[in-house]
Design a protein around this ligand. Structure first.
Ligand SMILES: NC(=O)c1ccc[n+]([C@@H]2O[C@H](COP(=O)([O-])OP(=O)(O)OC[C@H]3O[C@@H](n4cnc5c(N)ncnc54)[C@H](OP(=O)(O)O)[C@@H]3O)[C@@H](O)[C@H]2O)c1
Length: 252
């Protein structure tokens, strides 16, 4: 992916990793459009970064995604990069018979179904460009699940698989990248996560991602910072059982 002169749409650009990437790409000289539900944060990011534009989007609203894609195509026909970054993460306890099925379905809709819908809706405009990129934020948990978050971990494993197939089909037409973060200090899992000393500081994560993109150091389409390698490589290096146990003991 080239790092300047793109028109980039980032979902989940109102906070955390999405906001960090939006601001970094903006500084590098790209047109950046952020999407999310919270209008006050869309306004705040746009005000703090003149040039960034915000569009409201609820990824759980199917017809809303279709309308949103039409708006994007009309307002930004030059769009050449889509970053599917929005996501939600919830813990589930399968032992106490009190599962919140609405929350589980919402996680699947937000993390999987909406990514497929939005990518399909914007593919025609993206694939007409010379330098088109589709990226999706997965997780280190795509490779080793956090047992407290079964559905969340599985949504990211789904995306990892889906991206491989789409990458293969779109080879030579659209670059397809996967961004699997390690544990990063955002409010994804609540306010405590943003203060958790075990989490990678957000600014360090964004800097390392941009540096990987700058150095074109991307193998198999995966943007791997050092801190996520243990999870990503666990199976390949025959460390799966140990890594699974360590992760799930640490976050029990
Ligand atoms: N932080 C970590 O440790 C970590 C690790 C691995 C992967 N990730 C992944 O990184 C991505 C970003 O998460 P984050 O850590 O930056 O947490 P975050 O600050 O909570 O960001 C999540 C973003 O998703 C958006 N979003 C959620 N539901 C949405 C919906 N229905 N419609 C539209 N937008 C929606 C939120 O925007 P609104 O609330 O404004 O809609 C928000 O901007 C997620 O895919 C997450 O799974 C994070």
């Amino acid at each position: 992916m080239k790092l300047q002169g793109n028109t980039i749409l980032i979902t989940g650009g109102t906070s955390g990793i999405g906001r960090g990437l939006a601001e970094a790409f903006h500084k590098l000289g790209n047109k950046v459009i952020i999407a999310g539900r919270r209008q006050n944060l869309l306004d705040e990011v746009a005000k703090a970064n003149p040039g960034i534009e915000g569009l409201q989007l609820d990824l759980e609203n199917t017809s809303g995604i279709t309308k949103f894609a039409e708006t994007v195509k009309q307002k930004y026909p030059e769009l050449n990069v889509l970053i599917n970054n929005a996501g939600v993460a919830k813990f589930e306890n399968w032992t106490d018979g009190d599962l919140n099925m609405d929350e589980i379905v919402s996680t699947i809709d937000t993390n999987i179904t909406s990514v497929i819908r939005l990518t399909a809706a914007l593919l025609p405009v993206l694939s007409s460009k010379k330098n088109a990129t589709i990226m999706a934020t997965t997780s280190g948990l795509a490779f080793v699940p956090l047992t407290k978050a079964p559905t969340y971990s599985a949504t990211k494993a789904f995306l990892h698989s889906w991206l491989q197939s789409v990458r293969f089909q779109l080879e030579d037409k659209v670059e397809v990248l996967e961004l699997p973060p390690p544990y990063v200090a955002t409010e994804l899992g609540g306010q405590a996560q943003a203060q958790d000393p075990r989490a990678m500081p957000l600014n360090e994560y964004v800097e390392e991602v941009i540096s990987i993109l700058q150095n074109s150091d991307i193998k198999e389409g995966e943007i791997l910072v050092e801190r996520v390698r243990e999870l990503r490589m666990a199976e390949r290096t025959n460390q799966y059982e140990k890594t699974f146990a360590t992760l799930n003991t640490m976050f029990n």
